[in-house]
Design a protein around this ligand. Sequence first.
Ligand SMILES: [Zn+2]
Length: 708
Amino acid sequence: MNMKTVKRIPILLLLLISNLISAQINKCGTIEYTQYRLSTDPKYAASLMSAEEQLNNYINTKKSSRTKTSSVSSLKIPVVVHVLYKTGQQNISDVQIKSQLKVMNEDFRRLNPDTANTPQVWRNIAADSHIEFCLATKDPNGNPTNGIIRRPTKINSFTTDDKVKFTNQGGDDAWDTKRYLNIWVCNLTGGLLGYGEFPTSSYSNTYGFVVAYYAFGTEGNVNANTKRGRTTIHEISHCFNLRHIWADDGGGCSIDDGVDDTPKQAGPSNGCPKFPHKDACQIDSPGVMFMNYMDYSNDVCMNMFTEGQVLRMRSAIELFYPTLNNPSLCDTLNLFSLNSMLKTLYNPVGEICSDSIIPQVVVSNIGIDTVKELKIRMRLDNSDWEEYNWIGKITTLNDEIIGLPPIMNITNGNHNILFIITQVNGLNILPKNKDSLASTFIAKLDREKLPYIENFESVPFPDSSKIKILNAGGVGWQKTTKSSIEGQGSIYIDNKLNNHEGDIDAFVLPNIDLSTFTGTPYLKFKWAYARKDNSASDALQVLLSIDCGYSFTIISNRTGGSLVTGVNQTGDFVPTTTEWKEAVISLNAYKNNNSIVLAFQNVAGGNGNNLFIDNINIGDRFKTGVNDRLQEKNTTILYPNPVLNVLNIENPFTEPTYYEIINSSGKALMRGTLRQNQTRIEVEALTKGLYIVIFKNSNQLYQKFIKQ
Ligand SMILES: [Zn+2]
């Protein structure tokens, strides 16, 4: 084979950014993932390109020194497997995980049982990489481990946005990526099997790969076509800088995968082709190398890496992650006979939005004897210790998630919590570091009551206690006075500039209590939007969370024509009064919920124009709203208006009525009960602006006044 120079992949990165792959089967998400990284990190392209250049130089130097891959030393890479599960099926067994490790050690050493299926013509270049893997035996703190972390998640399915790699996003944080190869096993969206992260010129704390649980290992909960564990082989290879064998060039034959000895290929193979399989780039025998791990054939038809691929992979490890070769983290450890460890806290962490919690700790058995009994003490803030006896079974190097008795009546604000193991299998122990666990969390228990109103009048904006703006970077949601349906302000996003397809920008409303509302709760809001032309596909989605904003469900999705309220225009769209429309969404399904969080999300589709939102109301379908219901009935009961010092309210009601004065961002500032005839309210202390008085009785009516 020709070993003179590395074939460059000069426009590889251009291709990564392009949309050429969009027509292909969504089996491996590595290209999609790389595009996601390119779109969210402005430095990513340079870092990828620099790595590619370094790698090519390194390989060329190696080739000129004629190092044969067959004479290279063995590498041993410790692996940590993070299992994220929402269902029992997703919580795959140790047996399934170990079956995957077996395949890794066979395929990378060319010890796989199906090498005979490699066509004769390529057997001389089918290579042993001399790379081996083990489940790590020591964690980053030096404690014994089985290399497997199991964590329940509320996320139904993950995708190529790396949430799975972060504990605070429903995933699990990586172990030191310089010393461990991190594998995340989880449910993935839309039939995706996995995605890997290419090495870059600097270390990445997300480095590793993600695999669907149904494509991991050879036994257990695994699908028929992915039952040979080759998805993992494919994704690891991306981590070691291998590209797809067809080079992701949309069917072309001019660009290759950066490896000398793999034939060029037009597109991915499917199913199980018969040798020789020819395509537009290989019109003669032996055709394409569909049995290569970097193709898309079914697992059962894959069986080889080439020498060129092995050279590229080993070079990538040596250059970018040399300390992954760490045999000492694979050593069998001498364990104490009886030894347990409070490993992690699963609950409470970060923010909670309930006044009661069920604490969950993870206990690891790092001794030889089975742990059958534990005494765990727990203390919230400086309250008295509570002691809990646990009985069960934790075998050597396994973990158990232990739910402790609930803690009730937690108050708003910051808290600390401490757990200590004081007894194991009936024996008192003197707690050491590993037997105790301290943590802090924040209880956010403030709730907005209905009616809730947000009309984007508050200054400064956003009031961070009210609205959180989550912009992807670049153009996002912002307050504007360009147009509003009432008052001066509204919120908008400029989709003329925000035209990177798939970018998501959101704003999130505060926790709202629907449970004390007597009517049927509705969300209403006004919006206005125009397109540049009919190809625009921006979307406005409303999402609802019942777990403090941890996970959301889409309850409304408007896109294309159903989002449009104004005529197509390329200039700055500023809606007239008639170009605002009202959305009405029932929240009846959530009416008993005492804590919901709503989010408004713009998903960029390109070729759009401005999208405005104003007057968000949550309450009764007909009665709520900043439209002045009393004035509609020609009943003015507030005077003087505008007011300087004292506001008088005439009471037209025949039933007991409670009043609340809220500012334009919906915050209640004053409240009380209306006197029978007239109520005088000192408003001197209020800042200048628009206020709303809500009258609460069997009806809910509103009237505005202006403070001078
Ligand atoms: Zn791939």
